[in-house]
Design a protein around this ligand. Structure first.
Ligand SMILES: C[S@@+](CC[C@H](N)C(=O)[O-])C[C@H]1O[C@@H](n2cnc3c(N)ncnc32)[C@H](O)[C@@H]1O
Length: 216
């Protein structure tokens, strides 16, 4: 099958249009040098959260709230997003976004800190979905935390799984590319996950934590 033309990618990315709240959040991202998820990835996050009726979601890498807004828009109306970022300024801007989106304050729990300090403090088996978009070199550690945090049947999602076309190119061996490539292999080979790598945006790796049969 021939590769899709750039116009096809653009059409797919723009298939679900973003509103003025997300446009403003993207402008804030640009101001502080954050690269948010693309609109296709955002729409996929919203769909995933809606498909599983997510009530409790963890996000690693709040940025200025683009992905968080998409997630909340797919979650149950009583759902709570717990979002972690090492930069308090990014979270301040994200709160502006959530406010402009009309999201009630109790529906978002922002926690400032390094992900690997914060995640161990969150409750085991409590979460329906974990979305990872923080430090790429830490993706494998985020997977370990996600496996502990997710309920059986929960879903883990990694953005930038194709990392600017570098993951598919074996000559690219920098630390971030290697970490993402290793993560992809680990997820694909895991007996505890059912996975697919979607070439949406910069690549969205999605995996479901399998149900474990209760002992008789
Ligand atoms: C790509 S941006 C996130 C964008 C956001 N998910 C969105 O789509 O709107 C990555 C974010 O991760 C944060 N970050 C980087 N390293 C981190 C770490 N070790 N722990 C927590 N957050 C981290 C950065 O401050 C930045 O805001």
């Amino acid at each position: 099958m021939p590769p899709p033309q750039p116009a096809t990618w653009t059409y797919a990315e723009d298939y679900i249009r973003e509103d003025e709240v997300l446009t403003a959040a993207r402008a804030r991202s640009e101001e502080v040098g954050v690269v948010p998820i693309g609109s296709g990835g955002g729409a996929a996050l919203r769909l995933l959260a809606a498909l599983i009726d997510a009530r409790a979601v963890v996000e690693i890498g709040t940025g200025t709230g683009v992905s968080g807004t998409w997630l909340i828009r797919g979650m149950r109306p009583d759902g709570v997003l717990t979002t972690v970022d090492i930069e308090t300024e990014h979270q301040r801007l994200a709160r502006e976004t959530f406010n402009e989106a009309g999201i009630p304050a109790p529906r978002v729990r922002t926690i400032a800190g390094a992900a690997l300090d914060v995640l161990p403090r969150l409750t085991d088996g409590h979460y329906d979905l974990v979305f990872a978009d923080g430090d790429k070199a830490e993706y494998s550690a985020y997977l370990k935390e996600a496996m502990r945090l997710l309920r059986p049947g929960g879903v883990v999602v990694f953005d930038n799984a194709l990392w600017h076309d570098r993951v598919a190119d074996p000559s690219q061996r920098d630390a971030e590319t290697t970490a993402i490539r290793d993560l992809g292999r680990e997820v694909a080979e895991s007996d505890d996950l059912v996975a697919a790598l979607f070439p949406v945006g910069d690549g969205l790796l999605v995996a479901k934590k399998v149900w474990v049969a209760e002992p008789e």
